[in-house]
Design a protein around this ligand. Structure first.
Ligand SMILES: [Ca+2]
Ligand SMILES: [Ca+2]
Length: 322
């Protein structure tokens, strides 16, 4: 073999070695990249799992707090359940490895029950209809969508003047049937003609209509010790903002022990009390636990509703989002 041949084959060997190196480098790079992708997705799954564990801990902690409520006859805003916030605050900066849960417990009897509209015979209860109209007015919202709500829950298919029944909803894209029965969730209100817009609207202090409404199986009576000023005012045209403020001032001094305690409120007349006494009470329930679990950047929200029954807490509803 002459020197030209030798250097030629050395050149080929060098080229092959280089090619192998390039392939190896590419392989290693690709492997490292896919490993990084797998590690990253594994950490997202791990963070979500940890956040869910925290949210579940929040529900358990809230149930323990509710369980410590000794007075079932009176439920008010100074009780532990009403002030319980959980292990952390969403406003606090969450440290990289910090896990936390924030909890709020809401009394559904503090809200106006939409399903109280339906009487047992399928008719509409005019006092509840008037109450919901008043609530909308107090919140500065239009009342012209009431007909659509009444048509949504009433069993028949006769359209009211400003209402909507199955034929109207079937004409939508996509079509869906009218419920013609009680609402199953508050979110279902979005399906009722014109109500999605009402649900988006905010009050002066940034609250939405959903804050004042419930479809939980309450008995329809408002808890005087937890209801908002707006919910109290919705009870009767004569129960104005000033009177609602005096009810709240009285219950802040000491929780109301019976509906009759209302008669101690300056400005509360016998006539007004008689009109509203069967629609108010001083105990609460069901209670909704809103728990948010946080781990690193992952957040999982659980909404769980419980009813108190002879010292036990019976689950009614469970919703998880993340
Ligand atoms: Ca209590
Ligand atoms: Ca109907």
């Amino acid at each position: 073999m002459n020197s030209v041949d030798r250097s030629h084959s050395r050149g080929i060997a060098l080229l092959i070695t280089l090619l192998i190196l390039v392939v190896l480098v590419l392989l290693v790079h690709r492997f490292a990249f896919s490993t990084r992708v797998h590690l990253a997705s594994a950490s997202i799954v791990r963070d979500a799992f940890q956040a869910e564990t925290m949210a579940l801990s929040g529900v358990e902690a809230a149930l323990a707090v509710l369980d410590r409520d000794e007075d079932e006859e009176v439920d008010h805003m100074e009780e532990e359940w009403a002030t319980f916030k959980g292990s952390g605050s969403l406003e606090l900066k969450i440290l990289p490895e910090e896990a936390a849960f924030t909890v709020a417990i809401e009394d559904e009897s503090a809200k106006v029950n939409l399903n109280a509209l339906l009487k047992e015979d399928g008719g509409i209860d005019p006092s509840v209809e008037a109450q919901i109209r008043r609530l909308l007015e107090i919140l500065g919202l239009p009342t012209d969508r009431m007909d659509a709500l009444l048509d949504w829950v009433d069993p028949d298919d006769d359209r009211r003047a400003q209402g909507a029944e199955s034929s109207d909803y079937q004409a939508l894209d996509p079509p869906y049937p009218c419920r013609n029965g009680p609402l199953r969730t508050l979110g279902e209100l979005e399906l009722v003609l014109g109500w999605a817009e009402l649900l988006q609207a905010q009050t002066k202090d940034g609250r939405t209509l959903a804050h004042f409404l419930t479809v939980a199986p309450t008995d329809g009576r408002l808890n005087l010790n937890t209801a908002s000023s707006e919910a109290l005012q919705s009870l009767d045209p004569d129960l104005n903002e000033a009177l609602a403020a005096r009810i709240i001032a009285l219950r802040e001094e000491a929780p109301l022990e019976t509906p009759e305690s209302l008669l101690l409120v300056p400005g509360m007349t016998q006539e007004l009390f008689q009109r509203i006494q069967t629609r108010v009470k001083v105990s609460g329930g069901p209670f909704t636990i809103k728990s948010t679990g946080i781990y690193r950047r992952a957040r999982i929200q659980i909404e769980a509703q419980y009813e108190r029954a002879e010292g036990e807490w019976i689950p009614l509803r469970w919703r998880e989002e993340g």
